[in-house]
Design a protein around this ligand. Structure first.
Ligand SMILES: [Fe+2]
Ligand SMILES: [Fe+2]
Length: 149
């Protein structure tokens, strides 16, 4: 199911939902790195994982600045449907990368909405647009690499 992250009216809820989304993404990356049979593909995914860790750091800082609690776990339902657990059950590099591409559809959608959030201050908007560019780069790679396999 397509993500609803980015549609939040309050910036506080947006930041919290983005943190959950990033935690889900990182967990899915962990499964992917373990499952891929081609180590060159795994090391590229490990590099993308660093981008997500950086996104999580910035979002945690934003939560602290907003004075709100930052979620410390991902979403259990998401893990079963498209996340860590679902990925652990997939076989074959092409299938895994295609599944990861659909996860990146969600991160791209979420940050493209976040960029336009009316309550986002300039610094937040700059971060959202940097994160969006990262997620678009991840998605393009997943798509091209899966197609070529
Ligand atoms: Fe991310
Ligand atoms: Fe990503």
């Amino acid at each position: 199911m397509a993500t609803t992250v980015g549609k939040e009216r309050e910036i506080e809820t947006l930041v919290q939902d983005l943190i959950t989304l990033e935690r889900d993404a990182i967990a899915a990356y962990d499964s992917t790195i373990e499952k891929l049979s081609d180590s060159a593909l795994s090391s590229q995914i490990a590099q993308f994982r660093q981008d997500h860790l950086q996104h999580l750091d910035v979002l945690n800082e934003m939560a602290a600045e907003l004075g709100i609690p930052a979620p410390t776990e991902g979403d259990a339902k998401q893990m079963l449907t498209t996340g860590k657990i679902a990925l652990a059950q997939l076989m074959g590099d092409k299938t895994i990368l295609k599944a990861m591409k659909t996860n990146e559809d969600d991160t791209v959608t979420a940050y493209s909405r976040a960029v336009n959030h009316p309550e986002a201050v300039e610094k937040s908007r700059a971060f959202f647009s940097k994160a969006l560019a990262d997620e678009e780069r991840h998605r393009a790679w997943m798509e091209q690499t899966a197609t070529a396999l």
